[in-house]
Design a binder for this molecule. Sequence first.
Ligand SMILES: O=P(O)(O)OC[C@H]1O[C@](O)(CO)[C@@H](O)[C@@H]1O
Length: 547
Amino acid sequence: MSLVNQTPQWQALAQHWERLQGVHMRDLFAEDPQRARRLSGEVAGLYVDYSKHRLTGETLDLLLGLGAAVDLPGWIQRMFAGERINATEHRAVLHVALRNRSNRPILVDGEDVMPQVNAVLEQMAELVERIHSGQWRGFSGEPIRDVVNIGIGGSNLGPKMVCEALTPYHREGLRVHFVSNVDASHIAETLKHLDPAQTLFIVASKTFTTQETMTNAHTARRWLVEALGDEAAVAHHFLAVSTNAEKVAAFGIDTDNMLVFWDWVGGRYSLWSAIGLPIALAVGFERFVELLEGAHAMDEHFRCAPLGESLPALLGLIGVWYTDFARAATHALLPYDQHLKYFPAYFQQGDMESNGKHVTREGETVTYPTGPVVWGEPGTDGQHAFYQLIHQGTQLIPADFIMPLTSHYDVGDHHLKLLANCFAQTEALMRGRTLEEARQEMLAAGMEPAEAEALAPHRQFDGNRPTTTILVDQVTPQTLGALIALYEHKIFTQGIVWGINSFDQWGVELGKQLAGVILEELTDGAVTARHDASTANLLERTLQRRA
Ligand SMILES: O=P(O)(O)OC[C@H]1O[C@](O)(CO)[C@@H](O)[C@@H]1O
């Protein structure tokens, strides 16, 4: 296929944006009392309001036309059918199989993957039971009290985000920690408080070659063996989750203590696999299954709903509208739930590693923006930090507000205040405040007319700033599963529209390769490779100062 921006559907959207950019959402709401009802939907416990967007029925028709032009429905079917849609790595993309609670056969090269998926789930359930019940003993016979997940990127962010999000469901008696950074402070500070005799490490790495993870795993191993005085202790204190049995065995972890997953599970889509073991340990295996169920409900919606009713597809297409036509460079994720504090970081990897691509699947350079910069913080902290720019800055920042209607913490009127803030922000971002409104408010408060006149431009807000509001009754394993799957499929939708491969990550390779060369130089104390003048100078200076 040629570039998507050469299609008539794209051209029509570009012209449509020209016409629509002067239109204010206030007027769209005033013209259509049914707008909020029409532009919202409910799936798998999520209520999604996408009415506060700079779009009309015509915009949606054009966007859906674009989705049809790139054969989005066909690509969805290809993913669910186990086709090798990750062409640069010759892999299927089947995180949906990991949570396929219907057990419908999903074939890769003619083989149903569901029996393997179910076998690992059973293995996880048994392991969790053994650890929770105290049957699993450490080398000196003590039960496990602390679990340390050692992994990075997709082998860290997913389980860490979900464990934090489900804090109200945590079981007593077992603490789960995460170590990812190769910065020694991360592992040193984590281990400082732990008793080796009661600590279990999960070394989580799809490849089992990642420098940071292997370094941390070796440090943990040394710490354990030094404390317990015997290499044999490793078998009692280390589990591995990986696709690479050979490397696991080479590290010294008994492959009986290994949980597998498969090359058709992308790292950033792997929390549903055995990579989710820390989640099952933190909240119990039944809750982990509920998480899978929530995601499965969203998967079924994405697989079966017509594009015009598919919430992930609609959110994806609306995202394309802003990225490519309104030229918004970033997208904010703003969860109004303290325990969703890692949600933006999780989808930084999810979105930016997936859609931060500059060539199409066929290798042609794109001439339109692809994945936006994703960022965010929980409300209300964000309100007191960066919302100023979202309200009155010169950049257009579409933002998602994620709001549970009830809290797990019944404390005074905190939650009402949180709700009020969330709704107030989206209302203010949409409506803004005109110059005249700003003036009148100040005069009504008794301000001198001259001062009111001078201040009015500062207190005026354009509004017309787009937001999506996602409501859940409560953050539960099910609603969280559905929420994550919603975003995964949104990212998929956008990758298909942009014609890119959302499932490889070649962009992280070069840095890794160069780090290998530089590490050797730093270890040997001599700069021998060819570097640019800046890097060479920095390395020389580092070597001198550390000598
Ligand atoms: O699970 P692994 O193989 O250690 O990889 C960790 C992470 O590194 C990356 O390859 C990026 O460097 C991610 O895609 C992945 O999630």
